[in-house]
Design a protein around this ligand. Structure first.
Ligand SMILES: C[S@@+](CC[C@H](N)C(=O)[O-])C[C@H]1O[C@@H](n2cnc3c(N)ncnc32)[C@H](O)[C@@H]1O
Length: 219
């Protein structure tokens, strides 16, 4: 985006941070473009900075198996897959079956398709069919109202020392805005944040990156 059309001062800082981070790989740039053209709410893609962070955290954690809740256009899945070492895998879950062809075409256009398995269905229902301690890392990014329920399932699925990354934990600032006290998605995110903050089974840090990203480690 040319700087002359920047609308908000935060955009200048975001662009500055992007320019001082590793570049966004071309297939991810194309994924965002295609999402904006063909899907509703293309802005739900993690985007350049959070995407590079997901790749970096995946490399640092060296997980053997990662679970993602909420695939959308496949952007974050591709970032996580990029950070996986040889033989490691990602299962990503999306309940909107109309996205399946789009997602699979984006995976096919990447060098990481063979590391990713896409499941179409409800995240919570599919998690309930998965084995205890079968994941080393879980990225939560599906239905905001279900975050507290996801959390309990994640704690069952996660090995000790494993990580949960939870997106949208600041929820556009609504978490501290009384005007959203009755909004079900805001209530879900707040309940999740309170649950994590009070849980002695985990270490946690909430990063004010983009829409809020909380990193949680199971002790
Ligand atoms: C914010 S988008 C995911 C963005 C993607 N993780 C990224 O960062 O590029 C959330 C996705 O979760 C999906 N979703 C919502 N409720 C779900 C559910 N109950 N089970 C599985 N997926 C769900 C939505 O259809 C949507 O595609």
């Amino acid at each position: 985006m040319p700087e002359s059309i920047l609308q908000h001062p935060d955009d200048a800082l975001r662009l500055y941070a992007e320019r001082h981070s590793s570049p966004e790989p071309p297939e991810l740039y194309e994924t965002v473009r295609a999402a904006h053209i063909h899907l509703i709410n293309g802005r739900m893609c993690s985007g350049h900075l959070q995407g590079r962070l997901l790749t970096m955290l995946t490399r640092m954690a060296c997980p053997r198996h990662v679970l993602e809740l909420g695939t959308f256009a496949g952007y974050s899945a591709l970032c996580i897959a990029e950070g996986l070492s040889d033989g490691a895998t990602l299962t990503t879950v999306e309940h909107n079956d109309e996205l399946e062809d789009f997602i699979l075409s984006r995976f096919a256009a990447s060098p990481y398709a063979d590391r990713i398995r896409l499941l179409i269905g409800d995240a919570l229902a599919l998690m309930r069919g998965m084995e205890d301690a079968s994941c080393d890392m879980i990225f939560i990014d599906a239905d905001k109202r279900q975050y507290p329920a996801y959390y309990e399932e994640c704690m069952r699925l996660l090995r000790r020392g494993g990580f949960i990354l939870a997106d949208n934990t600041l929820w556009d600032g609504h978490v501290t805005d009384a005007a959203y006290d009755r909004d079900p998605q805001t209530r879900g995110i707040r309940a999740f944040n309170d649950l994590v903050a009070a849980d002695p089974r985990v270490e946690k840090v909430m990063l004010p990156l983009r829409d809020g990203l909380t990193i949680i480690r199971k002790i």
